[in-house]
Design a protein around this ligand. Sequence first.
Ligand SMILES: C[S@@+](CC[C@H](N)C(=O)[O-])C[C@H]1O[C@@H](n2cnc3c(N)ncnc32)[C@H](O)[C@@H]1O
Length: 275
Amino acid sequence: MTKAQARKYGQEALASSGISNAPSESLWLLESVTGETASKLLASQGDELTAEQEKNFRDKIAERISGRPIQYITGKWEFYGREFYTAEGALIPRPETELLVDFALEYLKGRENPVIIDLCAGTGCIGLTLASLIPGSKVYLVEKYDEAFEILAKNARGVKNAVIIKGDILEDIASLGLPECDLLLSNPPYIKSSEIPALQTEVLREPVTALDGGEDGLTFYRALKKIIPSLCRGAAAFECGEDQGGDLMNMFPGSRLLRDCYGNVRVLVEGEDRC
Ligand SMILES: C[S@@+](CC[C@H](N)C(=O)[O-])C[C@H]1O[C@@H](n2cnc3c(N)ncnc32)[C@H](O)[C@@H]1O
C-alpha cells in the first residue's frame, strides 16, 4: 500500500464511521505511524509503507473507529501552539481552555516574576503554557491522581520554572506548601454527576475523575472559594460550564464572566481589584 492509498483508505474508513474530521485524522494517524510530516505525506505519490507501518496504520484506524479519541492514539495534542503529551489518565486539552491562558497573559502583563498556581492541572496545559510564555514566573501545578500526575510530570520535564505537586485540593490545602500567588487558575471537574452517562462516547473515554463536579457540578468551586483567602494576593480565574455563570456569580459576588467567540460563558474571574 502506498502512503497516498493509506491516507485515502483511512479517510474513507473514518468517514463511513461518522467521524467528521476524517481527512485530517487519517493524515495525523499516518504521521504518527511513519514519523513523517503532513506536508511530506501529502506530497508523496508512489512511496510504499512497510508491512509493519501498514499494519500499525490499519490498527490505529480501527482503534479510532472503536471510539478511542485521536489524541490518545497519537499520544499528543496541541494547546496554545504547544505540543502536550496525552494519554488515557488525563483530560485532553480543549481549545476553549485557551481563554484562561489569554486572560492570564493579559492580567499578568507588566508584573515582574509573578507566582501562578494551577489547581487540577491534568496534562499541565494551562500552567506549563504560562511557565513557558512568562520565563520570570514561578508556576505551581497541583494534581491528585497518579496517572494524571505521571502525564503532568512528563510534560513538565525541562520546564525549570514549574513545580508539580501531587495533592488533593478538596483536602487540607495548607499541607501542600503552596505560596501566595498573583494569579490562581483552575479548570476543575465541573459536570454534574447525573449528566456524565449521557456524554459523547469519546468523552467517556476520558477519566471520570477529570469530569465529575459532584451532584450540582459545583463541588470544586466551593472548595476554590475557601482556598482563595489563604492563597491569593491577586485574582483568581476558573473555567466553568456555559450554564454555570449564574450560579458562580452568586457564589463569587463582584466577579465577572468571560465568554468565548461564540458568546458562551467559559471563565469566571474573581478578585481583580485585590492587587
Ligand atoms: C477538567 S480536568 C482539567 C485538566 C487541565 N487543567 C486542563 O485544563 O486540561 C480536571 C483535573 O483535576 C484533577 N482532579 C480531580 N479531582 C482533584 C482533586 N481533588 N485535587 C486535585 N486535582 C483533582 C483531575 O484528575 C483532572 O486532571
